[in-house]
Design a protein around this ligand. Structure first.
Ligand code: GDP
Ligand code: MG
Length: 450
């Protein structure tokens, strides 16, 4: 997987503080390979990696991440951004019905999606009507009727039962008229949403594209959803461009995400058309349907969800602000207090909760050892002791005499020996911090000597 390969690439980079051009190029090479493996279109890969390289070169050096992680984070952020950042909800019409038109190649999953969307909307309290404007194949009307029945929503179809045509390419009616009448029916019967299913061909076809464009003009939809099969691979760009030009669409639905496809089509379509991906179709059942999550898709494309989770947690655990405050304090020669000591320990505790996963992360082995030897309950004990002290005692532990020690121990429900132990360890830490302040900087750039 990509994370294994990255780990190998970065074996020698551990501990280096900044991103060099060579580091970035090595990572970008791996990223390019991962994107091509995920079937992202070649020109999209090229442009994407160029953008990532530029951004990485200009990036601030992160205190929480090693170079590999930092580049991966940039890649991931960029992916999420192209995939739409926040998920966009359907835009509903001010004056119902909201008109939703579906477009896409034959077999993309439009008719199935019509049923899924209708069911989801119905469950949200809407009253959708399905319109069968795919008259290209006689079966299409029947198929939509079956789907509508399963979803428990009504369907508007021309000539019910007229499915006897032998020639499967024969047009059995006027799809533009049916679409228009269907929207009229929705208005008359006070459906608040109307979903218009349309025909597609196996390939891009000018006649059919014109028909879809004519339907669009006739019904003036609030949303045109372009449905695309996630397995389409390198053809994603040409197909999406043809539909963007021929019909234009407001959003994308990625179907068949239950398959093996890593989902490169999502990136290609989003990048080339600039339209948001709104929903994902993940199976043949009507409930196999979800709102599209750009972040999940990004980790699917990169095939390194575990590493991304880790990066996120490492960043969270490493409270950059606290670290900065502490560094400034040390650099300024100010005394390191018991309160600072507590903050350090609390940060170690946060990291402790991710110790199981640290082994998976490139360059984290050393840190893992430290964390493994760290007893989380100890943080709670130390916290109780420090909270049992007065502010003056925390700032200046030298004043903590015998009677104060006894009082602190009582307050924390612990022994005087525990107070003594804490003060000894604190004195050691304080000494270390003083050495650092004269020796310049914190080793490894973080608390606890990471
Ligand atoms: P249309 O030609 O665009 O209307 O596509 P259909 O809705 O008829 O779907 C074509 C085929 O793909 C059908 O056999 C569907 O059952 C299947 N299909 C649609 N969506 C999905 C999906 O998300 N996952 C899987 N596995 N199959 C799907
Ligand atoms: Mg269909």
């Amino acid at each position: 997987s990509l994370s294994d390969r990255l780990a190998a690439t970065f074996k020698n980079l551990r501990g280096r503080g900044r991103l060099s051009e060579a580091d970035i190029d090595a990572t970008v090479r791996e990223i390019r390979r991962a994107l091509l493996d995920a079937d992202v279109a070649v020109p999209v890969v090229r442009e994407f990696t160029r953008a990532v390289r530029e951004r990485a070169l200009g990036a601030e050096v992160s205190a929480a991440l090693n170079p590999a992680q930092q580049v991966v984070k940039i890649v991931n952020d960029e992916l999420v951004e192209i995939l739409g950042g926040q998920t966009r909800p359907l835009s509903l019409a001010k004056n119902p019905p909201t008109v939703i038109m579906l477009a896409g190649l034959q077999g993309a999953g439009k008719t199935t999606l019509a049923g899924k969307l209708a069911l989801a909307l119905k469950e949200q309290g809407h009253t959708p009507l399905l319109v069968a404007a795919d008259l290209q194949r006689p079966n299409a009307v029947t198929q939509l009727s079956v789907v509508a029945e399963r979803a428990g929503v009504p369907v508007f179809a021309p000539h019910p039962g007229n499915t006897s045509a032998e020639d499967t390419d024969a047009v059995i009616g006027d799809p533009v008229g049916v679409a228009r009448d269907g929207v009229g029916e929705a208005r008359a019967k006070q459906h608040d949403v109307v979903i218009v299913d349309t025909a597609g061909r196996l390939g891009i076809d000018q006649v059919l594209m014109q028909q879809a464009a004519d339907i669009r003009t006739a019904i003036d939809p609030d949303e045109v959803l372009f449905v695309i099969d996630a397995m389409i691979g390198q053809d994603a760009v040409s197909t999406a461009s043809a539909f963007a030009e021929g019909v234009d669409f407001t959003g994308v639905v990625l179907s068949k995400l239950d398959g093996d496809a890593r989902g490169g089509a999502a990136l290609s379509v989003a990048k080339v058309t600039g339209r948001p991906i709104m929903f994902a179709s993940t199976g043949e059942k009507l409930t196999d349907f979800e709102v599209f999550h750009p972040d999940r898709m990004a980790s699917r494309i990169l095939d390194m969800g575990d590493v991304l989770t880790l990066i996120e947690q490492a960043e969270k655990a490493f409270d950059a602000e606290e670290a900065e405050k502490m560094a400034a304090k040390v650099a300024g020669g100010e005394d390191f207090t018991l309160s600072d000591f507590l903050v350090q320990m609390q940060q170690m505790k946060k990291l402790g909760s991710m110790k199981k996963m640290l082994g998976m992360m490139p360059g984290m082995a050393q840190m893992r050892e430290q964390i493994e030897n760290f007893d989380e309950r100890e943080v709670d004990r130390v916290q109780a002791l420090i909270q049992s002290m007065t502010p003056a005692e925390r700032d200046n532990p030298k004043i903590i005499n015998g009677s104060r020690r006894a009082r602190i121990a009582r307050g924390a429900g612990q022994t005087t020996a525990a107070v003594n132990g804490l003060l000894d360890r604190f004195a050691q830490a304080q000494k270390m911090m003083r050495q650092m302040s004269s020796g310049g900087g914190m080793p490894g750039g973080g608390p606890g000597g990471m």
